[in-house]
Design a binder for this molecule. Structure first.
Ligand code: DX5
Ligand code: ZN
Length: 232
């Protein structure tokens, strides 16, 4: 994975057909997705359950690019090696998921995956500064985690302060929740480079009719790049 701050669109398979993950991953990549975002939920840290390492391992061969695994689970540490062995390129854990986030991030890096740190909307940047040398990504949640299709919560100010804190370090800022062509420009302008989008990518399309996926990915990208003044 070469580091770049170019805008990346990461469709969340939480909004895909759960009976057809492999084909859905191939379809969104063919339609222009940069990363595939994989939402793991445990029914304990968040009020919803999705799937675990076995499903990640099953979909891995269907992803050509980056598999971005977002763990909404607590505890985390006992499961890290399972997700790394499943082929996760990035493993993101929540700062709220336990008392020892430093140990968790160490374990993620030791597993060979890139380490991500996720922050709920109610969590500030206190503590992030001490972790900057051990992370590759910060995921700023713009919904309370647990479900797709929720209303966007504007975290522009937090993202801008985080961007300043990161400075020249090669750390991605990812935004997760409620991203659409309307909300993407705010986040790009504040300093985000990875935009996760579930419902806004998958709505109205299917494996049999994937063109809406492409149109929706291009619309989000164009809105974000437009806000940065990138020629589109
Ligand atoms: C929320 C998940 C998100 C979610 C985004 O708990 O982490 O990745 O799928 O879905 P949308 O884009 O529909 O808000
Ligand atoms: Zn997510």
């Amino acid at each position: 994975m070469r580091f770049s701050r170019d805008i990346k669109i990461a469709p969340s398979i939480l909004a895909a057909d759960f009976a057809n993950f492999g084909a859905e991953c191939r379809a969104v990549e063919d339609q222009g997705a940069d990363w595939i975002h994989v939402d793991v939920m445990d029914g304990h840290f968040v009020p919803n359950i999705t799937f675990g390492p076995a499903t990640c391992a099953a979909i891995r061969p269907h992803i050509r690019g980056v598999m971005d695994v977002h763990l909404m689970i607590s505890p985390v540490d006992a499961y890290i090696d399972g997700f790394a062995k499943a082929g996760a390129d990035i493993i993101t854990a929540h700062i709220e998921a336990g008392p020892h986030i430093h140990r968790t991030l160490q374990a993620i890096r030791a597993s060979g995956a890139k380490a991500g740190l996720a922050l709920n909307p109610g969590t500030g940047l206190d503590g992030v500064e001490n972790l900057l040398d051990m992370i590759d990504l910060v995921c700023v949640m713009t919904v309370n985690p647990g479900f797709g299709g929720q209303a966007f919560i504007d975290m522009s100010d937090k993202v801008a302060r985080l961007r300043a804190l990161i400075g020249a370090r090669p750390i991605h800022i990812e935004i997760d929740g409620g991203i659409t062509p309307e909300t993407a420009p705010l986040m790009a302008r504040a300093g985000a480079d990875v935009l996760v989008a579930g419902s806004a990518v998958f709505k109205g399309g299917s494996v049999a009719d994937p063109a809406p996926y492409g149109a929706q990915i291009r619309a989000i990208r164009a809105a974000a790049e437009g806000a940065l003044g990138v020629a589109v």
